[in-house]
Design a protein around this ligand. Structure first.
Ligand code: ATP
Length: 235
């Protein structure tokens, strides 16, 4: 079976001439958890945004399940769920409405049983009638994950899901991610934390200055860099 996502010689130069991606190649296998580790400005969000069809590449291409993200945007977008870095959701809407409306945005028929299942799995069921503004930061992040899962995507991108989250919530989030993978969802997450990449990912990509170094196994991460050096380079 071909990889669920294939990134080929991808480049991105922004309008101001800044080269954010300088020829990235990456195949993502079905059912894996891939962590993209890198410092601020490395190009992680740019890469995710192109794969999700939000930003156009300058060169190269991305295939999602064999379909080109630029030419066949509607099809590829429906296969992907994106959990963005920023909490952009309407704070005066309820949890239930936020997640159900998100499904509608993808043109999918209402499915209250599915929304209930997602909310229960993310421990949001008791909060379903609460407005987002009444939730803690950790709970709001869970709502963003629930939203991204509402249209039953095959691939879930999480852009720095644990940035600014305390240790216990971070571990909580890791459990959620592992459980989703057990259900067959392919997961790509970006992070600044080497511990996070080590804890939950099957493979790790180190991205820096718009280039990607892909490490097939996590142990290679430590062998190649050593914890101390990676911390110095990436934080
Ligand atoms: P962070 O960890 O801080 O989120 P990142 O690895 O996700 O960083 P990107 O957001 O992809 O990095 O940014 C990569 C580079 O591209 C940065 O130097 C950023 O300033 C630049 N950049 C991003 N968006 C634009 C834009 N719209 N116009 C010009 N430059 C941009």
């Amino acid at each position: 079976m071909p990889p669920i996502i294939s990134v080929q010689q991808l480049t991105k130069t922004y309008g101001n001439g800044f080269e954010a991606l300088k020829g990235v190649d990456l195949d993502i296998e079905r059912g894996e958890i891939l962590a993209l580790l890198g410092p601020n400005g490395a190009g992680k969000t740019t890469l995710i945004s192109i794969v999700c069809g939000i930003v156009n590449p300058t060169g190269g291409k991305v295939l999602v399940d064999g379909h080109d993200v630029v030419k066949d945007f509607r099809r590829t977008r429906s296969l992907i769920g994106l959990v963005p870095q920023e909490l952009t959701t309407d704070q005066f809407e309820t949890v239930w409405n936020t997640v159900s409306f998100s499904r509608g945005v993808y043109g999918k028929k209402p499915n209250p049983a599915l929304i209930e299942k997602i909310l229960r799995e993310l421990s949001l069921w008791k909060k379903k009638d609460n407005m987002l503004r009444e939730l803690s930061g950790g709970m709001k992040r869970r709502v963003l994950i629930a939203k991204a899962l509402s249209h039953e995507p095959e691939v879930l991108f999480l852009d720095e899901p644990t940035a600014g989250v305390d240790v216990s919530l971070r571990r909580d989030m890791w459990e959620v991610v592992k459980r989703l993978r057990e259900e067959g969802v392919t997961i790509i997450l970006t992070t600044h934390y080497i511990e996070e990449a080590e804890e939950i990912a099957d493979r790790v990509g180190v991205i820096n200055g718009g280039k990607l170094l892909l490490l097939q196994e996590k142990t290679a991460l430590m062998k190649q860099f050593g914890r101390k050096q990676l911390k110095l380079d990436l934080t």
